[in-house]
Design a protein around this ligand. Sequence first.
Ligand code: ATP
Ligand code: FE
Length: 355
Amino acid sequence: LTILGIESSCDDTAAAVLRINGSDAEILSSVVAGQTELHADFGGVVPEIAARAHAERVDICVEDALQRSGLPLDQIDAIAVTAGPGLIGGVLAGVMCAKGLALATGKPLIGINHLAGHALTPRLTDGLDFPYLLLLVSGGHCQFLLVEGPDNFRRLGGTIDDAPGEAFDKTAKLLGLPQPGGPAVEREATKGDPRRFPLPRPLLDRPGCDMSFSGLKTALLRARDAVVEEKGGITVQDRADLCAAFQLAVVDILHEKSRRALIEYLALAPSAPAFAVAGGVAANGPIRTALTQLAAQMGANFVAPPLALCTDNAAMIAFAGYEALQNGQISGLDLSARPRWPLDTSAAPLLGAGK
Ligand code: ATP
Ligand code: FE
């Protein structure tokens, strides 16, 4: 089976061609057109600008992905597209493109939840069996999910306010570092002393897997302002120390809450225990290291997809499309774009027309 995937929910326009042969999945092409430079002056993604860029680029990305895959459109068996959650203008651009292709080729159209794309990535990269524990940690989300099937996700806990990616981005902005903030903060942190500024670890002493990151951001702002007040500005070293302190606090929170989520998961006695991470923040080196050690201590296999499959991409959407297709879940041409779409199956149906 050959699946074309299309992704346009945030600030990356992406298309990919995935070939699946039995248990072998091969990414024939994966094209990602980022928009960082378009939003650089605004300190965040501007929905209107993002929507226009997606509308301008999505067809070109698809053409490019097809060309790189070496396959003509008529050899594609199905078209999978992110139908939400995300910035609605961007999602619509992708959905309209996919509908046009489905209409022209007569091939099945599959609307995919962007978060399911992230959550199923460990099956694409490492062939994980259900159930596995997933920490989805990205620009807009942070949650522990028990992944029990391709459309069966149980939320064990998550952030009650900001997502860590958002916190990394705001930290970068506060310290005059470029966007996306995660990689910039990680780079600076390598030169810093994480102990110089003591930052809080909100909710760490509370039971359960819920997390909070907004207090951390406020504390960072205060620490920076205190330095500015004292010296009239911040030096490169101050900035590195602040980044290191921030990153260590995030590592500590994710580590402790992952430990608790693992206890809940392991109580189900899975035959091949596995703990996976997905989403852009899973690209972070120190976070990966801490979680690798934790999983090893607790007897679970740790899986972290390669960086290019952690951040937004269309290969994950194509793969989620494959899983949906195996499940007989196909969308109609009335597929709608959904700005909100919780992944927990008890909250909403995962796939389908979204009527
Ligand atoms: P969502 O998937 O929740 O809709 P999104 O698609 O914007 O949000 P992703 O593309 O999965 O999120 O991830 C982007 C986020 O990951 C950004 O906030 C970015 O700062 C963060 N990020 C990327 N690399 C790193 C890194 N090395 N360390 C920390 N954060 C990182
Ligand atoms: Fe994402």
